[in-house]
Design a protein around this ligand. Structure first.
Ligand code: NOJ
Ligand code: CA
Length: 703
């Protein structure tokens, strides 16, 4: 159903001051836009409370007069839109896209240039973007800086990452905005990045909470041919202002009309659960243009991966260190004896996946080049098609296919983008020829061309090229170290997941805060699914590699809960088969849990404290519940009123034992079975750093 209503159109040339107001469909959000002394401004309220106070809009251009002042409103249209669409995969079966829209044409009288600012006001927030129509006086232009402001109502609590153009793999800091400056140095130090842009620079998605209980999330949607958004904080006045990722010479974007910016998004509610259920960012992306999506399928996988991350085995085949790949015959070098990706070992993973009904096996370190992947010049390190001598591509393909298992390709580019682009089609063709329909790609290290950043326009275009090009080969993409997702999987559903945050790997690199997974859904996951790689049962990493003394900051039961709280159509069972074999009763949940859903209910949530989510598995009446809790643990009382009336279900509850604790007793769990109905209430307690998981399977009476 599509309903576009032209409500109002008027001309106002010559007027210096003009205000326009629209409301969200339910009337709770009110947006005002006006030009004040030539400068466009907007403000937003929710239930009469200020969300964004009067804030300026506009852009500075390089070598040209800025698009910030001297404007009049020359046109303004208000329309409404209401449709419901079905995602290829997702948290819910169908998504309502309902908003009132205001498109304001701003004309800079002196330069005869016009831009449109288009606002879409939904019940769950606001999206707006700049549009640059084709016109005589604005053709090619270079962005010096986008100057979009978000003036907040006060000193809000923030869940933030340091502004960095190359990594999002920080621990989130929770603090008042006024404390950001004081905490910045300590926040950066563990990553020692050189590219943080100021003492008050923040990444998006930025999660905020006001003292009077308003939850506000600021991010962007549909990031295409533009640099990624960061925010610079004025910590005296609590005004956030856009700060785009620069290129090698400091420019922020090269555009040609007609063109537009990504959407700037503000999701707002007085309920934290609403933030997690918001579909605003997806709704601001274009519907998919793919006509055939039958090849895009959610995936549950294991991989030759955690053993390298923990340091038990290696990606590299020998110990030669620096080598030129095209001048070395690997079959004549001596293996280091720790190479994970060897045919016999890969077959063990295939056997494990087949035995337990998983879909796929990822293998990293299968291709030559890892001896020198951080190499000084690194432009010619990987070719993505030549296996090490102990990895038999054809035999593995044959064996996996015979067991109904898919292989997942791995392309670590080490940030050498020209090399990857040069070889990409050959690499994708190699995948098709050898039965791979999904690739995990990666961009570790400094970007080549030198001086480019992971989140600049050049790289944004690269990531999107890799996705659209892959679609031509019916290949799904899971890109690590790529730019923060912005809902593009609606348009390109073969973008099955991203990393773009601190994943489970950090539990083997010293660990993450116990509240990390209670925050990620409010920040990183707002833009799209994450390949977080949960499911680590052996939480003492030294049991895998005696030299590694990290531990996983989570109980085992919480590792199960994450399959529900951390939404992704791509889910890894990240631990080693030998560890799952020790806890097969708990592993049953990972086998059972769905990865595609008809419905989702976030039952309770508070960023930094806990999240409890229930999801209904696609095409069934079965539900799965997950919880993740911070270092204080959490008591939940869950009403199963969302189950169908009159039906009975078998519930299996995987919970922390009474004495469980993420530091001292992480592997203490209990498994309870019971019959439940929609009248049942589950009283469940998550331990410190703990959580729980519940499977609820409909009992279908025998005929
Ligand atoms: C970092 C990725 O996040 C990780 O999953 C991968 O194993 C390594 N890079 C090597 O590519
Ligand atoms: Ca990573």
């Amino acid at each position: 159903m599509k309903k576009i209503l032209l409500l109002l159109a008027f001309f106002s040339k010559g007027l210096l001051l003009m205000a326009t107001e629209i409301k969200s469909p339910n009337g709770e959000l009110v947006l005002n836009v006006m030009v004040k002394e030539g400068a466009p401004v907007y403000w937003l309220t929710y239930k009469n409370k200020p969300v964004i106070k009067e804030s300026r809009l506009g852009l500075q251009l390089k070598n040209d007069q800025s698009l910030m002042e001297g404007f009049v409103i020359s046109n303004s249209f208000i329309t409404s839109f209401d449709e419901t669409w079905q995602p290829v995969w997702g948290e819910v079966k169908s998504i309502r896209n309902n908003y009132n829209e205001l498109a304001v044409t701003l004309t800079q009288t002196a330069t005869q240039r016009s831009i449109i600012v288009r606002f879409k006001l939904f019940n769950d927030g606001l999206g707006f973007r700049y549009e640059f129509p084709l016109q005589e006086k604005l053709n090619y232009f270079i962005i010096k800086e986008e100057k979009t402001q978000f003036a907040l109502a006060g000193d809000l609590k923030a869940f933030w990452l340091p502004g960095d153009f190359d990594t999002e793999e920080y621990s989130t800091v929770t603090s008042k905005l006024s404390e950001v400056r004081g905490k910045m140095k300590a926040a950066i130090t563990p990553n020692s990045s050189q590219t943080t842009f100021s003492e008050t620079g923040l990444q998006t998605p930025l999660m905020l909470k006001s003292d009077d209980g308003l939850y506000i999330n600021i991010h962007e949607a549909a990031l295409l041919n533009y640099s990624a958004l960061s925010l610079n904080l004025d910590d005296k006045n609590f005004i956030l202002e856009s700060f785009l990722t620069p290129d090698a010479i400091g420019d922020k974007g090269y555009l040609q009309t007609p063109c537009q910016s990504p959407w700037r998004t503000i999701v707002v509610s007085d309920k934290a659960t609403d933030i997690l259920e918001s579909k605003l960012i997806l709704n601001l992306n274009e519907p998919t243009k793919f006509t055939d999506v039958s090849w895009i399928k959610p995936v549950k996988y294991v991989g030759v991966w955690w053993e390298m991350i923990t340091g038990r085995s290696t990606w590299a085949y020998n110990n030669l260190g620096s080598v030129k790949i095209d001048q070395l015959d690997y079959s004549k070098t001596t293996p280091n004896g720790k190479h994970g990706a060897n045919t016999a070992h890969v077959k063990e993973y295939i056997d494990f996946a087949a035995l337990h009904g998983l879909d796929a096996v990822l293998v990293e370190g299968w291709n030559i080049g890892w001896e020198d992947w951080f190499g000084k010049w690194k432009d010619n390190v990987f070719d993505f098609v030549t296996p090490y001598p102990d990895f038999d591509v054809q035999e593995i393909h044959r064996y996996a296919a015979s067991k109904g298992i898919k292989m997942i390709m791995h392309h670590e580019t080490s940030g050498a983008v020209p090399n990857y682009e040069r070889r990409m089609d050959t690499a994708y063709r190699f995948m098709v020829n050898n039965g791979y329909n999904a690739v995990k790609s990666g961009y570790v290290g400094d970007i080549l061309p030198r001086g480019e950043h992971h989140y600049g326009q050049f790289m944004v275009n690269h990531y999107n090229h890799a996705i659209t090009n892959a679609a031509g080969y019916k290949i799904m993409v899971n890109a690590h170290e790529a730019v923060h997702p912005t809902g593009l999987s609606r348009t390109y559903p073969n973008l099955i997941a991203n990393e773009a945050a601190r994943g489970t790997e950090y539990e083997a690199f010293g660990g993450s805060n116990p509240d990390h997974t209670t925050i990620l859904p409010f920040t990183r996951l707002m833009g799209g699914p994450m390949d977080y790689t949960p499911g680590i049962f052996e939480t003492h990493v030294s049991k895998i590699n005696p030299d590694n003394h990290s531990f996983v900051h989570s109980t085992l039961a919480r590792q199960l809960g994450l399959y529900v709280t951390m939404y992704s159509p791509l889910q890894m069972a990240a631990d080693l088969p030998e560890n799952y074999n020790r806890f097969l009763d708990a592993f049953q949940f990972i086998k059972d849990v769905a990865i595609d859903w008809d419905d989702t209910k976030v039952l309770e949530a508070e960023p930094g404290d806990y999240i409890t989510t229930a999801r209904k598995a696609k095409g069934t009446n079965n539900w799965f519940i997950g919880n993740t809790s911070d270092e204080n643990g959490h008591q939940s009382n869950i009403k199963l009123s969302f189950l169908d009336t009159g039906k009975k279900y078998n519930a299996v509850i995987y919970a922390d034992a009474a004495d469980a604790h993420y530091q001292t007793n992480p592997q203490a769990y209990t498994i309870k079975k019971m019959v439940v109905t929609n009248k049942s209430v589950l009283s469940l307690k998550a331990a410190p750093g703990g959580g729980f998981a519940v499977s609820i399977i409909e009992i279908i009476p025998a005929k």
